[in-house]
Design a protein around this ligand. Structure first.
Ligand code: ASP
Length: 347
């Protein structure tokens, strides 16, 4: 006889799926656990019966995720850390606006996790007519019950994406998330959660050091900045952003396969930022594909300033990785090396 598997844990953090109408518009509603259990009980009996059992907790004040900060990601990771041993998988209910940011940050903080952490949300509140909320929670629960899934994943509209590869891509459609440079990890086929073989992190992470949970608050407010280049950007404009003393890392979204304007003053700003010990990184502003710094003469300036190539990472992955690396007691050389290495399948 096998011992019964421990249940799953749902952590509710806010977001549209739990919201109710207020005079100011949709806002996080209370008492989400009974509302959710009641909705799940209305599923067809066979589907209800095959759902895994779960316990439920909520963060102290559920929020609209548009207000989330790195401190919220840190608190959520430590909540998962506190509870994960007692559960076989974790489902996190979250607003969609910054869902991919939270998923990316959790992937770095929970590096080496050997069980499923599935984040999900919805485009419509649970009680709205035709809402996608129940379907998304159901799918997330089914994937979170699979022991072969050993990473932070994002479930939405029938597809399971690697959390650190996902992006919100549509403000209205129910399949609002994409994973531009990595295929889905799985799909719900009828009601069954199906993981595609060979795509998960289980092997890759084996033996990895577990859970790095550094203090993001100690970095101060907004230690990393991000900008996309535009035609005509000046060195003064770039410098105002990058050369601020409080800034320790930056993401530049450059042209195409890794190019910037042929402007020595821009390169000078990048080199100065590097000289000040800042981690300056680049990805393309094209949503798909990787960069290859130096393939064109127009990319030489980035190479000269030792800008770190983010390959095909999402902006969310780069920014959360920078925060994660900056918050750890690492040398500049180690930070640069870790940035260029795939830690959790992010590149
Ligand atoms: N503003 C909401 C949030 O991110 C949007 C949503 O959940 O879909 O919390």
């Amino acid at each position: 006889m096998h011992a019964p598997r421990p249940p799953l844990l749902i952590i509710y953090t806010g977001g549209t799926l739990g919201m109710v109408e207020t005079p100011q518009g949709l806002a996080p509603g209370g008492d989400f656990e009974p509302r959710l259990r009641e909705a799940l009980n209305r599923l067809p009996p066979a589907r209800r019966a095959s759902l895994p059992d779960f316990d439920f907790i909520a963060t102290p004040s559920p929020i609209d995720s548009s207000g989330a900060t790195p401190a919220d990601w840190q608190d959520l990771a430590s909540l998962v850390d506190q509870h994960q041993q007692a559960y076989s998988g974790i489902v996190i209910l979250h607003g969609t606006d910054t869902l991919s940011w939270t998923a990316s940050s959790l992937a770095f903080q929970l590096q080496g996790i050997d069980k499923p952490v599935v984040v999900t949300g919805a485009m419509h509140p649970l009680e709205a007519e035709g809402s996608d909320a129940l379907d998304n929670v159901e799918g997330a629960l089914r994937f979170a019950a699979l022991p072969d899934l050993q990473e932070v994943a994002l479930y939405f509209a029938g597809r399971l994406l690697r959390g650190v590869r996902a992006r919100k891509w549509n403000t209205q459609a129910e399949d609002a998330f994409i994973s531009p440079n990595h295929p889905p990890l799985g799909e719900r086929v009828d009601d069954a959660p199906v993981l595609y073989p060979g795509r998960g992190l289980a092997e890759h992470q084996r033996g990895t050091r577990r859970f790095e949970l550094p203090d993001y608050r100690a970095l101060g407010p907004s230690p990393v900045v991000r900008t996309a280049l535009w035609p005509g950007i000046t060195a003064a404009q770039l410098g105002a952003l990058l050369l601020d003393d409080r800034v320790k890392g930056a993401l530049l979204e450059v042209w195409g396969g890794g190019n910037i304007a042929d402007d020595p003053a821009l390169v000078e700003v990048l080199a100065q930022a590097r000289g000040e010990g800042k981690l300056v990184t680049a990805i393309s502003q094209c949503p798909e594909g990787r960069i290859d710094i130096g393939a064109y003469a127009a990319g030489q300036g980035l190479a000269q300033a030792e800008v770190l190539a983010g390959d095909d990472m999402t902006p969310e992955a780069v920014m959360t990785k920078l925060i994660h690396l900056l918050a750890q007691p690492l040398s500049d050389e180690d930070r640069r090396r870790h940035f260029l290495t795939s830690l959790v399948g992010e590149r």
